[in-house]
Write a protein that binds this ligand. Structure first.
Ligand code: DQA
Length: 147
C-alpha cells in the first residue's frame, strides 16, 4: 500500500464520547476520555506527528471541523459515535475533503445490536478499527501515521 506523508492528524470524537469512563462502563470500559486523549498525544509525540483533538455532540459542528481540516490536516481519525450508523452528511464531508480517514470504535460494533454493525462512514475510510477500547484510537494512529 502506498503511504501518503502524514504529519498532522485530526482526531474527532463524536456524540457522547466525552462521557467515556463514566458511561456504560461494561460496554465502553473504564478508561476516561481524558486518559485516551493523553495516550493519543503521547503516541503522537513518539511517532513525530501532530494531533489535534476535537469532540462534539453536534453533527453540523463535526462537518464544519472536517471542512476546516481541508488543506490543514493530512488525515483524520474519527469515532462518529451513533452518527456512524446513519450520518450520510458526515460521510459526504469525509469524501468531500478527500483525505485518508480511519474509523475507530471503543466497542466491537459487530458484536452488539444489529443496527450497530452497519457503518455508513466506513466505506469512505481507509478502514475501521473496532473493539479495542481506548487502544482502537492508538491503533488508528498507527494505521494512519505508523511507519
Ligand atoms: C461507539 C459505538 C456506537 O454504536 C455508539 O453509538 C457510540 C460509541 C464506540 O466507540 O463503540 O456512541 O462509536
Amino acid at each position: 500500500m502506498e503511504r501518503e506523508k502524514i504529519e498532522n492528524i485530526l482526531v474527532i470524537h463524536g456524540p457522547n464520547l466525552n462521557l467515556v469512563g463514566v458511561r456504560e462502563k461494561k460496554v465502553y470500559g473504564t478508561e476516561s476520555y481524558e486518559n485516551i486523549n493523553h495516550r493519543l498525544l503521547q503516541q503522537a509525540e513518539r511517532l513525530g506527528v501532530r494531533v489535534e483533538i476535537f469532540q462534539s455532540n453536534h453533527e453540523g459542528e463535526i462537518i464544519d471541523k472536517i471542512h476546516a481540516a481541508f488543506g490543514n490536516v493530512d488525515g483524520i481519525i474519527i469515532n462518529p459515535g451513533a452518527y456512524t450508523h446513519y450520518s450520510i452528511a458526515i460521510r459526504d464531508a469525509i469524501k468531500g475533503v478527500d483525505m485518508p480517514a480511519v474509523e475507530v470504535h471503543l466497542s466491537n460494533v459487530h458484536a452488539r445490536e444489529e443496527f450497530r454493525a452497519k457503518s455508513v462512514i466506513a466505506p469512505v475510510c481507509k478502514g475501521q478499527i473496532s473493539g479495542f477500547g481506548g487502544d482502537s484510537y492508538i491503533l488508528g494512529l498507527y494505521a494512519l501515521a505508523g511507519r
